[in-house]
Design a protein around this ligand. Structure first.
Ligand code: GLN
Length: 505
């Protein structure tokens, strides 16, 4: 076991804390020091809550010393994406329009973290309102990829992926509407899970597209994701789409790491053409590892996936245009008074505030969504997209008759350079070609590192998809593959990433 507390996994920290070998204050302090050393270069955080994190750590240490029965992860610190409401802590969603807003309540996910005794280190950077694949749409500037600081850490949750990849936190919360947990995990060599839709409460998650959004774990190991998944999952009466069923046995599955006899389906439409050769090569090798571990490979076809991106970019903007209407200069954050108008009307203040407060990508999607929902166009656009969504769910249902899980490369390429796709929305959207179908169908997905691509030496991601409420299968496959890959590499992939302590920016 490692002695550097910042490099320990959450499972290792839980053991050390439980045995009384370290205090939560020591762990929290070590991580905050790491942030002070490297986050000037990585820029994972929008807000670090040093005092709050240390106070929570002290509280856990005190309760442990008093012999109180604590949660297994009590004292293990975590970072939270800035899209989750946190009582008393700024929540901006990466947008100027929410600057200065301090929520008066906790999201259910955050409440569960606090109840488990997990100190919250701070709030992580993201593309504005979770729209993007690179964090470049954040109003506060991008985060950087720890493997190469000139490259993107993925998005929208690039703050949560980079905070974990740069050893500033063992765990983070992300949200995934079209891939924002899985694609950032893929390009940073980390693990990320999007649970089944409704498996984790959306209460207090600032909505992008309510029928697609799902919060989930970001970590460096499959077991750590499972441990966090168990903390945050479960029914919540505050979310009308929350599933009222037992949480899948994800931790047990991650510990057993057994794939013998499992049927692994390769999705024909999501391999080969369009995928970077090095990403595809690592994917093919990973599949072979699963076969060596006793799995059986089958090929499946999901023809409707061709239309997934088009359907997503009608459904998402439609829902977003409605969800973002509440940012009206009256209720939250920013209020801009228009220049040169003596007694501006509410509408004029609203227009000036939304013009100044929203970035270009957000405006683009509000316009698209408003158009798609307008009378006369609704059936042609939104209605058609909903029909495609049904076909995609049917494709998954058929595929899961012959396969227990489906596998694909998570993203078509490794991390691209900051600035490379910023002026080309279509190129940016294509990053999610392999992750979006799961959101449209509401099924769970997990990404773990498959290795480094030969072309550029950067991490590639391997995605596992399972039927709704069979999230445990993601962890069986993920943990089995992770163990085989670590044995082949002689240790975790992230051990090969730059140390960063020499870097200053
Ligand atoms: N990149 C996708 C988008 O821009 C996914 C975002 C997300 O999952 N929040 O919509």
């Amino acid at each position: 076991m490692t002695t550097d507390l910042t490099r320990a996994t959450a499972a290792e920290l839980a053991d050390l804390l439980g045995a009384g070998s370290v205090s939560s204050r020591e762990v929290t302090r070590a991580l905050l020091d790491r942030t002070a050393a490297v986050d000037g270069a990585v820029r994972s955080y929008l807000h670090v809550d040093e005092d709050g994190a240390l106070a929570a750590a002290d509280d856990v240490d005190r309760r442990r010393a008093a012999g109180e029965e604590l949660h297994a992860l009590a004292g293990v610190p975590i970072a939270v994406k800035d899209v989750m409401a946190t009582r008393g802590l700024p929540t901006t969603c990466g947008s100027r329009i929410l600057e200065g807003w301090v929520p008066p309540y906790d999201a259910t996910v955050v409440r569960r973290l606090r109840e488990a005794g997990m100190p919250i280190l701070g709030k992580t950077n993201m593309d504005e309102f979770a729209m993007g694949s690179s964090t470049e749409h954040s109003a506060f500037g991008p985060s950087h990829n720890p493997w190469d600081l000139d490259r993107i850490p993925g998005g929208s949750g690039g703050g949560s992926s980079s905070v974990v990849a740069s050893f500033q936190a063992p765990l983070a919360i992300g949200t995934d509407t079209g891939g924002s947990i899985r694609q950032p995990a893929a390009v940073t060599g980390t693990v990320g899970t999007k649970p089944t839709y409704g498996g984790v409460s959306r209460y207090g998650l600032v909505a992008l597209a309510s029928s697609l959004d799902q919060a989930g774990p970001c970590s460096r190991t499959v077991l750590d994701s499972a441990l966090l998944h168990e903390v945050i999952a479960g029914h919540d009466p505050m979310d009308s789409t929350s599933v009222d069923a037992p949480v899948p046995a994800v931790v047990e599955a991650a510990r057993r790491a057994d794939v013998s006899g499992m049927r692994i389906g390769i999705v024909r439409e999501l391999t080969g053409e369009g995928f970077q050769p090095g990403v595809q090569a690592r994917f093919d090798e990973a599949v072979q590892h699963l076969v060596d571990a006793g799995a059986e490979v089958v090929e499946v076809s999901c023809p409707s996936f061709t239309y997934a991106l088009a359907a997503y970019y009608l459904i998402l903007p439609s829902e977003a245009s409605s969800n973002l209407a509440k940012f009206d200069a009256m209720r939250y954050g920013l209020r801009v008074t228009p220049d040169g108008i003596d007694a501006p009307s509410a509408e004029q203040v609203m227009a000036a505030t939304r013009d100044a407060g929203f970035g270009d990508e957000v405006k683009r999607r509000i316009i698209l969504g408003t158009y798609a929902l307008s009378s006369g166009y609704y059936d042609a656009y939104y209605g058609s997209a909903q029909k495609v969504r049904r076909l995609i769910a049917d494709d998954f249902a058929a595929a899961f008759e012959t396969a227990d899980v489906l596998v694909t490369p998570t993203a078509p390429t490794t991390a691209f350079r900051l600035g490379d796709k910023l002026d080309d929305p279509m190129a940016m959207y294509l990053n999610d070609i392999a992750t979006i179908p799961a959101n449209l169908a509401g099924i769970p997905g997990l990404s773990l590192p498959s290795g480094l691509a030969d072309e550029d030496g950067l991490p590639a991601g391997f995605q596992v998809l399972a039927p709704a409420m069979a999230d445990e299968r993601l962890y069986s496959v993920g943990a089995a593959l992770e163990a085989r890959l670590a044995a082949a590499w002689g240790g975790p992939l992230l051990d090969r990433a730059p140390d960063l302590t020499e870097v200053s920016r």
